[in-house]
Design a protein around this ligand. Structure first.
Ligand code: SF4
Length: 346
């Protein structure tokens, strides 16, 4: 991974979906799916993005790629602001920014052969001609790249397992030689035994191709091995962002601490002693988010200030950003263990 080599910069990105109601069909509110997120992704880096279902992760991924038009904010890709570009200019850049989906079966045309599915983006973008030997060679190369036998190019999606279909989806996303891929829960629908294989494949591909990933998942265990840094989202906002190891060893936000406490420890002795910090209740609706800190309705440390004042997303240590009034600037974990234990079901 290249250091200090920013590929993508997201600045205060928002995506609100209008709520329409009443007899006149007027806008009566908005679902604040993504509400002012900011971060960078470097070339060849994997930024893991985690949070509960409905926290805005997938919408963020789509808004970054301009598949959803952002409500406000900026997205710079290779220093060009995507939010100010015309549709045609975005189309020109599209080969460099791709997406991998959670359910590859839903996105692979069942009537098309694997060869056609993988080669199609090259034909659509006018890079290679349909039926050309050049196109066939590229499909063979891509199948080999994702660890599949090229003889499979004549088969159809239903003839493959979930893991193989995800490999086909990855091969298609790589066909245009992208430098950035949004991976939207790419392993969530796979058996646990297959998840590690797909993660290993994606890491190998990253090393070979220097591609950057935004790797979206709903729990920390899924992003633990592949991420260089991790961003934690809650109700459309970023709660914490830091290096992978720092996030696991010294999480500073109470929400990150609760997610971290759910990650199984491979050592059986340590696993026995693991304490779960389980949050009460469900996340509030993004159509009516709480005042102040959006996490205050579930946080065990809520103070008066948390209810009225939104915490600033600030850099507590170099590269370690947290949105919490009580984050400890001395660097120790913010919540004393007794406090956590007082609010856990172990
Ligand atoms: Fe909890 Fe307050 Fe920090 Fe929000 S700002 S996470 S409510 S302590």
């Amino acid at each position: 991974m290249s250091e200090n080599n920013v590929l993508l910069r997201v600045q205060n990105l928002k995506k609100y979906f209008p709520i329409v109601g009443g007899l006149l069909g007027r806008q009566i509110g908005a679902v604040k799916a993504v509400d002012g997120i900011s971060f960078d992704i470097k070339r060849g880096e994997t930024l893991g993005m985690v949070g509960e279902s409905g926290c805005g992760k997938s919408t963020a991924g789509r808004a970054i790629l301009q598949l959803h038009q952002p409500t406000s904010g900026k997205v710079f890709f290779e220093d060009k602001d995507l939010t100010q570009m015309s549709g045609e200019d975005i189309r020109q850049l599209r080969p460099k920014m791709q997406m991998i989906f959670q359910d590859p079966y839903a996105t692979l045309n069942p009537r098309h052969s694997v060869g056609k599915i993988i080669g199609e983006p090259l034909v659509i973008h006018g890079i290679m001609k349909k039926g050309s030997s050049e196109l066939k060679d590229r499909v063979v190369e891509l199948l080999e790249l994702v660890g599949m036998d090229p003889v499979y190019m004549r088969r159809f999606p239903h003839e493959f397992s979930g893991g193989q279909r995800q490999r086909i989806g990855i091969a298609r996303s790589l066909s245009l030689d992208p430098s950035f891929i949004v991976c939207d829960e790419p392993i969530s629908a796979l058996d646990v035994s297959i998840q590690a294989q797909v993660v290993n494949l994606m890491q190998d591909l990253q090393e070979q191709l220097d591609v950057a990933y935004l790797f979206i998942a709903h729990d920390l265990s899924m992003v633990k091995h592949i991420s260089h840094r991790i961003v934690v989202m809650y109700l459309g906002k970023v709660m914490e962002l830091t290096e992978r190891n720092t996030l696991f060893e010294n999480p500073l936000h109470p929400y990150t601490q609760s997610l971290n406490s759910a990650v199984p420890i491979p050592d059986p002795k340590s696993e026995q002693k693991r304490r779960r910090f389980i949050l009460k209740g469900d996340p509030p609706s993004p159509a009516n988010p709480p005042s102040g800190c959006v996490f205050h309705t579930r946080c065990p440390l809520t103070e008066e200030k948390c209810i009225t004042v939104e915490p600033e997303f600030r850099e507590i240590h170099p590269g370690h950003f947290v949105a919490c009034h009580l984050a400890d600037e001395k660097g120790s974990s913010m919540i004393p263990e007794q406090t956590i234990l007082a609010s856990v079901m172990s």
